[in-house]
Design a protein around this ligand. Structure first.
Ligand code: 5AD
Ligand code: SF4
Length: 462
């Protein structure tokens, strides 16, 4: 099935460079939303004759889909651009062109500055404007212009994106919400992704139905603040999930990323009631100290966060909890950090991400006094990560011997192996035929390895 562009976005780009398809290389950084956006960009460009390639040196078009969340990620863009500048020059010497596009949150945040810092860049396009890529690329080709597109209107983007998608496998991301109104004081997202915007339930349901019709068994509902999703009639995420659960053939529903203050009673209850809602929740906490949470403008306390987890476990005792942490936020004392350690001990995470606070220009925390020295951040991060790693190992070890259901997504790393995920988001591989890919099968877990579980498909499945 080929994705089709709506008529008004159809560009008059020349594809007359011989029969060979043009090559597109996309390098994506950052969150799942970015990974999903990269897939959609490839879908938009495919009807123009662009086929994806993993090797940048043979690419006619390179897109760097960037992340601005931490300084390191943002800086990496400029070093990567330096590398692509050299590739572009080498291609030009060989008589071929390479168009260089910067997309994503760095594009949104830096705009024009990117052209100034790296003259090899041809197009700069923000996360709400990439539906215009065909036109922007055509302009760059035709006039040698340097188009810059930084919109803040997700509705226009969603209206212009192709309705039909070609899923890459049995799992798919579906964007249901974009943007964030929470303004945590450390975070650039409200500035790069803009205000909260929810897609209407009817469009989401139609997209999920079509994906299921093309073989998708699991959808992950995506949003920067996904549980703030609101339907046109005022429905919440719990209602949306219950509606989607009725779609025959859909086996699992996940959603990410959530904010504790938007975790409604109805959504908590849905975890106990809706079988298809996976027993897994990514719920960032950032800190276990109420003083720091207040300075972060998080709108929850350590106790209110723990209480959400307790209530979730009451309705779904096996739920796997994941989270995000920041250590070394301005003013974080040893006691504040110990409160974070205590919270992690109490919650017992199945998996978690933790970061050193990174000062982002333009955010309120960047201007706060008492920035924490780098070596202190490093020590704290090492201690927290050791604890979180231990908890993850404990969670995985507890699965050994247990029976679980695995949705097989792809061939495994070794011949004769297939791989997928448990309901708890654990990576599982088993011996099995490729014909089982796309199925949810009962598996007994035999071993916990460092990054995945090894299992055996139960005979009753065959
Ligand atoms: N410094 C460090 N970590 C950050 N995050 C967001 N902004 C920053 C920052 N300035 C982390 C948070 C968030 C995750 C996506 O990235 O933990 O939940
Ligand atoms: Fe950033 Fe906070 Fe919004 Fe999450 S909730 S995207 S951390 S501002």
């Amino acid at each position: 099935m080929s994705a089709r562009l709506p008529a008004r976005a159809q560009p008059s780009i020349s594809t007359d460079r011989g029969a060979a398809p043009m090559r597109l290389h996309i390098q994506s950084f950052g969150c799942q939303m970015n990974i999903h956006d990269a897939e959609r960009m490839a879908e938009i460009l495919q009807p123009l004759g662009y086929a994806e390639t993993a090797s940048p040196d043979e690419a006619d078009l390179v897109i760097l889909n960037t992340c601005h969340i931490r300084q390191k990620a943002a800086e990496k863009v400029y070093s990567e651009l330096g590398r692509f500048k050299a590739l572009k020059a080498a291609r030009r010497n060989g008589g071929r062109e390479m168009l260089l596009v910067v997309a994503g949150c760095v594009a949104q945040a830096e705009g024009e500055e990117i052209f100034r810092r790296q003259s090899a860049v041809d197009v700069v396009v923000g996360p709400q404007a990439y539906h215009r890529l065909p036109e922007l690329i055509a302009r760059a080709h035709r006039a040698g212009a340097k188009p810059l597109a930084l919109a803040f209107t997700p509705s226009e983007k969603f209206d212009s994106l192709p309705r039909t998608r070609t899923p890459a496998g049995p799992t798919a991301f579906v964007t249901i919400q974009e943007g964030c109104d929470r303004f945590c004081t450390f975070c650039v997202v409200p500035y790069t992704r803009g205000a909260e915007f929810s897609r209407p339930a009817a469009l989401i349901e139609a997209e999920v139905r079509a994906l299921v019709g093309s073989g998708v068994r699991e959808v992950t509902l995506l949003g920067q603040n996904v549980n703030a999703w609101r339907g046109v009639e005022g429905e919440g995420l719990a209602d949306l999930v219950e509606g989607l659960a009725e779609i025959e053939g859909l086996a699992r529903i996940r959603y990410t990323t959530s904010h504790p203050a938007d975790m409604s009673e109805a959504l908590i209850a849905a975890h106990g009631r809706v079988d298809k809602l996976a027993p897994y929740l990514h719920l960032p906490v950032q800190s276990g100290s109420d003083r720091i949470l207040r300075a972060m403008n998080r709108a929850h306390t350590a106790a209110s966060y723990s209480s959400i987890i307790d209530r979730l476990r009451r309705v779904r005792p096996d739920i796997a909890v994941s989270g995000d942490f920041i250590v070394g936020f301005p003013g974080e004392s040893d006691d504040d950090f110990e409160a974070t350690m205590a919270l992690a001990e109490r919650v017992r995470y199945a998996s978690a991400f933790s970061f050193k606070y990174s000062r982002r220009p333009g955010t309120p925390a960047a201007a706060m006094a008492r920035q924490v020295p780098e070596p202190v951040k490093e020590q704290r991060l090492a201690r927290l990560q050791a604890l979180l790693r231990r908890q993850q190992q404990e969670f995985n070890r507890a699965s050994v011997g247990a029976r679980t259901e695995v949705l097989f997504e792809r061939p495994g790393r070794h011949d004769g192996q297939i791989a997928g995920r448990s309901p708890y988001m654990q990576a599982v591989h088993c011996p099995g035929p490729a014909s089982f890919i796309g199925k949810v099968l009962p598996v007994v877990i035999e071993r916990a390895e460092s990054h995945s579980l090894a299992g055996r498909i139960l005979a009753e499945a065959a």
